[in-house]
Design a protein around this ligand. Structure first.
Ligand SMILES: [Ca+2]
Ligand SMILES: [Ca+2]
Length: 240
């Protein structure tokens, strides 16, 4: 009886240890892919000018804190989100997040797949980056809506859950991405505004908005991330 009990206990412990390790006791590596699924000249401005939508370089942030980058309904924190949203430059944001409370890692993605130099992803192009995370970690990411004054795509401020019940998530996460207005620059019509990324004379040019970070829900195609991009998360298979 005693021997049988011991054997049973050992068996249970072994199997629990096995599950824990397969579920991410070890850090899990994820590949994040962001594709621009729009077509060239897909949009037409009110003056008849056709324009293409591109997305800027951005950041991928692994964190355990909620809202590491912004809070919906609050003013921009002045830590670099403005340059990300207005000029497509994630470097200041990445620098300020590095080592901040609850931040596990900060990655900048700036070079399209197959390109040799940093630049935006134009229609059909993609960024790919890898991150490492443990159960409980979440992913926030930012990239600029390239034809805007201060609009950016990002998940809800809490970020994307990278694990569910200890299991790494996998697949298309675009439904969790939202288009936000950083509240830092007054909006002009997308695609033709003189102070927007592709046309402004210098970075940080445009009328200050003094507003708050808020979602844009105007029913436009580019405001719905799933209409213009695809974000896929693929965990590496655990080593057997
Ligand atoms: Ca704005
Ligand atoms: Ca501007």
């Amino acid at each position: 009886m005693f021997t049988k009990f011991l054997a049973l206990t050992a068996g249970v412990i072994l199997s629990v240890a096995g599950i824990a390790s397969a579920n991410g006791d070890e850090p899990t590596k994820f590949t994040i892919r962001i594709e621009n699924i729009t077509k060239p000249d897909a949009f037409t401005a009110s003056n008849g000018v056709k324009w293409s939508l591109a997305f800027s370089p951005g950041t991928a942030v692994v964190h355990s804190e909620n809202a590491p980058i912004f809070t919906s309904g609050k003013k921009d924190r002045g830590k670099g989100l403005e340059a990300q949203a207005e000029d497509g430059d994630p470097s200041m944001l990445a620098k300020s997040l590095q080592g901040a409370k609850g931040i596990k890692s900060v990655t900048v993605f700036n070079t399209p797949v197959g390109a040799s130099a940093p630049g935006p992803i134009t229609p059909g192009a993609a960024y790919e980056t890898t991150i490492t995370a443990m159960p409980g970690d979440r992913l926030s990411m930012t990239l600029m809506m390239g034809q805007s004054n201060d609009w950016f795509y990002a998940p809800d401020e809490r970020g994307i859950e990278l694990f569910k019940n200890g299991q790494a998530v996998s697949g298309d996460m675009t439904a969790q991405i939202v288009m936000w207005d950083a509240g830092t620059e007054v909006d002009q019509e997308p695609g033709i505004g003189s102070d927007q990324g592709p046309r402004q004379k210098a970075p940080n040019t445009g009328k200050a908005e003094n507003g708050v970070v808020h979602k844009i829900q105007d029913g436009k195609l580019y405001s719905q991330a799933s209409s213009v991009m695809r974000v896929t998360i693929t965990p590496a298979m655990p080593a057997m």
